[in-house]
Design a protein around this ligand. Structure first.
Ligand code: PMT
Length: 401
């Protein structure tokens, strides 16, 4: 079946033993209707010849940034614009590190910098190199920037080691490409997501806030956009870049987040409340900086309740979106999460135990259990990008049902 008919795939091969599988990969992609342009690094040519790749792809292989003849036919910028998908397979630890650092010291890394097409990375390396913290951080960086990480698989390696680091098999990569180009589950849907903390002013220089970094909410925005949704992100004060294709509204206090959320909610199909909203705010904000006094060692601030944003959204009578909340708990997680699910009238709640080190607030990872009226699903510890994708896919399934 021509499942990839007319799709232009730029296959970037770097220097790993799995490069020999690229001939098979190219044949299978072409069999399904794709056009494949191969780009090789210098090291890749030690593992499989450009002549082989030219023969199976039916196109001359590009391998040099500084070759005037090659630039005269399809230059590197043109190549970067040509692709519907840039697939890097095998992607060695070195290639991943260079991309993570934003380098452009050969044709392949330059193309990655110059393209605004989606990039899929299929890591392939020795298991110890894969487990190395530098590699893990580099992969997480690429994922955070919106690249798709396909694999690796675990098993016996060419060097005799056993563990994670094997490139996905050619047919598995073909399936990933097919899935990538298939209709996205949230195509035609719109999502509004709240993320980050709120700040509740005490006086012009002080505020009450919490440890939310916004990472979980931003990962959700990115995952929803990648699954085809039109995404509006209402962000509290955080230092994060807006994911590609996402519309962002910056807010500060719980009240301003509430106003933005209610203005957006009825225009969207899905509402996800991931923000750590302050439950209370100071009753009065001092006009001037509150001065320290010699008279007393104590200061009392009277707090009043903030509006509950997600409960207000879930209570909408008309154009109510599918409403998903979060529950940040430190004990009796299921009990408190289920209580919030029913009290706030939510369709689903994502519960995280924020007392566990290495997950929750400000971490790059999280572990979540999703609860809905008559079911639950556990998502074990993984990067927030990975968890976000699973949450978004579950929401898509629930909307379909
Ligand atoms: O931002 P990160 O550093 O990545 O951390 C992620 C996170 C820990 C903040 C996130 O995973 C999370 O748990 N977010 C919800 C935090 C929270 O405020 O939980 P809660 O249990 O207090 O609130 C329950 C739900 O009500 C949440 O959907 C919250 O957004 C919402 N809420 C709460 C109070 C309020 N006034 N209005 C609300 O909408």
């Amino acid at each position: 079946m021509q499942t990839l008919a007319g799709k232009k795939i730029l296959l970037g091969i770097s220097g790993g033993i799995a490069a020999y599988k690229c001939a098979e990969l190219t044949r299978r992609l072409i069999e399904r209707g794709a056009e494949v342009q191969v780009v090789m690094t210098t090291a890749a040519k030690e593992f499989i010849t450009p002549l082989t790749m030219q023969a199976v792809s039916g196109r001359p292989v590009s391998d040099s940034l500084l070759d005037p003849a090659a630039e005269a036919s399809m230059g590197h910028i043109e190549l970067a614009k040509w692709a519907d998908l840039v697939l890097l397979a095998p992607a060695t630890a070195d290639l991943i590190a260079r991309m993570s650092a934003g380098m452009g010291n050969d044709l392949l890394t330059t193309l990655v910098l110059a393209t605004d097409s989606p990039v899929a990375v299929s890591p392939a390396m020795n298991q110890q190199m894969y487990r190395n913290i530098a590699t893990q951080e580099n992969i997480a960086t690429l994922e955070r920037r919106g690249m798709h990480i396909w694999g690796p698989a675990a098993g016996e390696q060419a060097c005799g080691d056993v563990g994670p680091g094997r490139m996905l098999e050619p047919m598995q990569l073909v399936e990933r490409c097919e899935l990538f180009f298939a209709d996205k589950p949230l195509k035609g849907k719109s999502v509004v997501i709240t993320a980050g903390p709120t700040r509740e002013a005490i006086d012009p220089v002080r505020y009450i806030s919490n440890h939310s970094s916004g990472k979980m909410g931003f990962a959700l925005a990115q995952a929803a956009a990648m699954q085809g949704a039109q995404v509006t992100l209402i962000a509290g004060p955080v230092a994060l870049a807006t994911p590609v294709g996402v519309e962002r509204i910056d807010v500060d206090s719980a009240q301003s987040m509430h106003d933005a959320a209610l203005a957006q909610a009825t225009k969207h199909d899905i509402f996800i409340g991931c923000a750590a909203v302050a439950d209370y705010r100071p009753q009065a904000v001092a006009e001037h900086k509150i001065k320290k006094t010699d008279e007393s060692d104590q200061m009392t601030i009277t707090m009043v309740k903030n509006p509950d944003i997600i409960a207000s959204v879930a209570a909408l009578n008309e154009h109510r979106p599918f409403t998903v909340g979060f529950a940040a708990e430190t004990q009796d997680v299921e009990h408190y999460a289920r209580t919030k699910l029913s009290k706030k009238n939510l369709d689903m709640i994502c519960a995280n135990d924020v007392s566990v080190e290495g997950q929750g607030f400000n971490s790059n990872n999280n572990a979540i259990t999703l609860y809905w009226k008559d079911g639950k699903q556990s998502l074990t510890l993984a990067s927030k990008q990975h968890i976000a994708t699973q949450i978004v896919m579950t929401i898509a399934e629930k909307l379909e049902a």
